[in-house]
Write a protein that binds this ligand. Structure first.
Ligand SMILES: Cc1ncc(COP(=O)(O)O)c(C=O)c1O
Length: 403
């Protein structure tokens, strides 16, 4: 052992080298630097429910504030199990089928690290949330990309069937889908379930926007699909539903065998999630139906406010079926790509958005899509709308644009 060896500088491991800083960090930093209205990264500019924040504060003052059980405190696991029954009619055992994690992000990581072997393949439907490819790479597996078919981002059944090989270990299904807001139909999910059954593969369902499905449609969790009951890990988060993204309280729900794998890796990643926040979130999840209805109504109005305004300005708008993101098609505008558009928009117009191409591994597939989040106060949305409308009406979209 040579403790003093100085000739080799440690650097990022090979698996992570293809991935830079996330586009969310980049756009939020740019937005802060130029003083733009930040409609890029998906976090609210308002606080979550007061009673939930008060419950966390009380729990911190009352204590104990020590490590809690790795799998999560019983009241939160029970609240999650009750929620699965209340919203989806799915019976879940709180002791052996629910694991509390540091946000949905950690649950996705724990699921992959707990289940996937080096050399396995993991199917990612594109557009794909930016966390999945590096997480698959860190697990030593190979991502296999299957692009959904625009304009409706429907499931390409033949291509998906071909993507399943004897090496397929898992598929990640983000439903509702960030960034385009697609909501998978029950039939599409059942089709994927059948492919998983035939290939002995599992599904990881990222359902963090489960309570934001519009136009009278409802969310189908993977665990409602019979083929998935014993081969899916459903992951969700309290971040979006309770407007407390910074708390990072998430969870995974799966049959006992899959849960054992998630817990096995989770204990070695974070071991446990802050107990006071878990206590407060147990109360939050158990809030009555009126909370969830009001939450959806509020976002339905925000979706309408932003999408209608963008349409009135002449943009081609993709109204989301779910999530809190609206997208525009910029193919008619004279910008090199979505990144150039977003940089210009933040610096010159004062509105930050996300270039959606970062959700595809071959970025050109998404280079004409720009995503705005509408999880903001109405006054924030209105100020952004004013800036965009002024810019658009001056015709600067054409003349100002770097080519
Ligand atoms: C699709 C998707 N999955 C997971 C997350 C992260 O959830 P959490 O903050 O609970 O880790 C986000 C956050 O934007 C998301 O959009």
């Amino acid at each position: 052992m040579n403790w003093n060896r100085k000739d080799e500088q440690p650097s990022v491991r090979e698996a992570l080298k293809p991935f830079g800083t996330t586009i969310f960090t980049e756009m939020t930093a740019l937005s802060n630097r130029v003083g733009a209205i930040n409609l890029s990264q998906g976090f609210p500019d308002f606080e979550g429910p007061e009673e939930v924040r008060q419950a966390a504060a009380d729990a911190i003052m009352r204590g104990p504030n020590q490590y809690c059980p790795s799998m999560g405190i019983a009241p939160l696991r029970e609240a999650v199990a009750e929620k699965m029954k209340r919203f989806y009619g799915v019976s879940v055992d709180a002791d052996s089928e629910v694991t509390v994690t540091a946000g949905a992000s950690e649950a996705i990581g724990a699921a992959l690290l707990g289940l996937v072997e080096p050399g396995d393949e993991v199917i990612l439907l594109e557009p794909t949330y930016d966390l999945y490819p590096p997480m698959v790479a860190m697990a030593g597996a190979t991502p296999v990309y299957v692009p959904l078919q625009p304009p409706g981002f429907t499931l390409p059944r033949e291509a998906l069937q071909k993507a399943f090989t004897p090496r397929t270990k898992a598929i990640i299904i983000n439903n509702p889908l960030n960034p385009t807001g697609k909501v998978f139909t029950e039939e599409e999910l059942a089709f994927i379930g059948e492919l998983c059954r035939q290939s002995h593969a599992i599904a990881i369902g990222d359902e963090v926007y489960e309570h934001l499905v519009y136009d009278g449609k409802s969310h189908t969790t993977l665990l409602q699909i019979p083929a998935f009951r014993n081969r899916a890990i459903v992951i969700s988060s309290t971040a979006k539903t309770f407007s407390l993204t910074g708390w990072k309280v998430g969870y995974g729900v799966a049959c006992q065998k899959l849960t054992e794998a998630v817990r096995m890796s989770h204990q070695f990643i974070t071991f446990c999630t802050p107990s006071a926040l878990q206590e407060a979130m147990a109360q939050a999840i158990s809030m009555d139906d009126a909370y969830y209805q009001e939450f959806l109504e509020r976002y339905t109005k925000k979706r309408h406010l932003l999408c209608r305004a963008l349409e009135k300005m002449g943009f081609d708008v993709l109204w989301p079926e779910g999530t809190y993101y609206a997208s525009i098609d910029i193919s008619d505008l004279e910008f090199e790509d979505d990144l150039a558009f977003c940089r210009h928009l933040a610096a010159e117009v004062g509105v930050a958005a996300i270039p959606a191409s970062f959700f595809w591994h071959q970025r050109r597939a998404g280079r004409n899509i720009v995503r705005f989040c509408f999880c903001k106060r109405d006054e924030t949305l209105n100020r952004a709308i004013e800036r965009l409308a002024r810019w658009k009406s001056r015709g600067l979209v054409q003349s100002d644009a770097p080519r």
